[in-house]
Design a protein around this ligand. Structure first.
Ligand code: SUG
Length: 451
């Protein structure tokens, strides 16, 4: 590593969309997923769009890594639900009895790694290890299936227990609904110093009378966020909890990262993101200090509805080598006249955000996954980076190998009806066997461990 690199920096671990990427409309409260139900997906293009974002950011000098897709369809889940026979028979029976169940077991939703885990860097934790709590994702069955494989993948990559602690997911119960880093933001002016961790929850798990949305589910509970903070050994004085606005959830803000993104000392959010927003911002200001810079977007600039449709806040904020910050946004943002005009004003305002870079991530966007959903931020010291033995760093060689791997194994067309084809399972297993070897992850998949 060059000497000029800081001793600690954020690494983005992007999820690679898997071979069964499709539109089954599985996610309630996620307007894009509901709207695109039953349309035809292109899994190959989804993976290539994700890889293009990773490559462009790696080329700009950002530390970029990759997390692998999960095995789908999850025939092990179907067997646990009573289906019997060989794999092809299990799939055929589920397709006949209950197509939505087969669709849930076939989802490629693990690509949205902002929901893989909540991560606290070693600068923030009592034992000075990096702590990970894989999200239980109990709000949706298709997502809850991810937790065991995510735990194994994180343990394979962050294997050095002197430096990393990968916890078990929280208890799989509605009172502890946990959706990971999508509802967690860390603010810190110095990447090596302790930061402020902001946990955003949608409802109180043990108080059903507390304010909650009327139309859509609030996925994250306060109790889950508090348990993650306790496990990670965070300092209470530097840990904040805030409630997401129930009205925003009802407008399609199913995770906080659909309405806010924070980085360094900047919090970029809509005026309708949090309950009692002025108090939340005042507490953040007191905790972060004078450098805290909220950039609050008003209704008059961009309505919540437009923010949800364009995914303006599902952007990545990255520090630029030349000063200021880069906003990595979905292409939909510059196509919406109001959002595009707002971004032009923002960049010209003399504030910290100096540049906007957009990506075509439409395959993922149609399921409600923008640039920020596709990545898990892990702030690591150089020694922690060096402790990773897996081949997950997205350099030119790995990028080329992954593009070739996608082109060899992925279909370019997948409709929900195609999920009944057992060949999809065998194609996927061949692909993932190659991938886990390429990434040096060992046997992380159930089919590799059941033999
Ligand atoms: O959980 N979509 C995901 C999108 C997750 C986005 N992540 C963040 N905001 N961090 C979800 O709603 C749709 C899958 C389908 O319908 O097949 C889905 O699960």
């Amino acid at each position: 590593m060059p000497n000029s690199e800081p001793a600690a920096a954020e690494v983005n671990f992007d999820g690679l969309p898997g071979p069964t990427h499709n539109y089954s409309g599985l996610a309630t409260g996620n307007l894009a997923s509901e709207r695109n139900r039953a349309s035809v997906a292109n899994p190959r293009l989804a993976a290539l769009q994700g890889l293009a974002k990773m490559k462009a950011l790696a080329d700009r000098g950002y530390a970029q890594a990759v997390l692998p897709p999960h095995e789908r369809p999850d025939v092990f889940a179907l067997r646990a639900l009573g289906y019997r026979g060989d794999d092809a028979s299990v799939i055929a029976s589920a397709a006949r009895d209950n197509p939505p169940l087969l669709a849930a077991c076939s989802s490629a939703a693990a690509m949205w790694t902002a929901n893989a885990a909540t991560v606290s860097p070693s600068a923030d934790t009592a034992d000075h290890r990096v702590h990970f709590t894989p999200a239980n994702l109990v709000s949706h069955f298709h997502r809850a299936l991810e937790a065991p494989t995510t735990t194994r993948v994180l343990r394979a990559i962050f294997a050095d227990e002197r430096r990393f602690a990968v916890h078990e997911p929280l208890p799989a119960s509605p009172q502890f609904g946990d959706e990971g880093a999508a509802n967690h933001t860390r603010l810190a002016s110095d990447p090596e110093a302790p930061g402020i961790e902001l946990f955003v929850y949608g409802r109180v798990g043990f108080d059903t009378a507390a304010a909650s949305p009327l139309r859509f589910p609030a996925r994250q509970t306060r109790e889950a966020s508090e348990a993650v903070a306790r496990r990670h050994g965070l300092d209470a004085a530097r840990t904040l909890f805030a409630q997401q606005s129930p009205a925003a959830i009802d407008a399609g803000v199913f995770h906080n990262d659909v309405i806010a993104v924070g980085h360094d000392t900047v919090l970029f959010c809509h005026q309708r993101a949090f309950v009692d927003q002025e108090t939340v911002l005042a507490r953040l200001s007191a905790a972060v200090g004078d450098a805290f810079t909220p950039i609050v977007v008003r209704d008059a600039d961009v309505s919540v509805e437009r923010a949800v449709a364009s995914y303006l806040f599902n952007s990545q904020l990255l520090t630029r080598a030349g000063g200021g910050m880069l906003l990595v946004a979905p292409a939909e943002c510059t196509e919406d006249p109001a959002v595009g005009a707002y971004l032009a004003r923002l960049v010209g305002s003399g504030g910290p955000i100096r540049e906007v870079l957009t990506f075509d991530l439409r395959q993922s966007m149609r399921n409600g996954g923008g640039p920020a959903c596709l990545r898990l931020r892990v702030a690591l010291t150089l020694a922690e980076r060096d402790a990773i033995g897996a081949n997950v760093w997205l350099n030119d060689a790995l990028h080329a190998a992954l593009v070739a791997w996608v082109e060899k194994h992925y279909r370019d067309r997948l409709a929900p009806a195609d999920l009944s084809d057992p060949a999809l399972l065998f194609e996927g297993r061949r692909a993932l066997d190659e991938l886990s070897a390429l990434l040096r992850l060992g046997s992380i998949y159930p089919f590799q461990r059941s033999g």
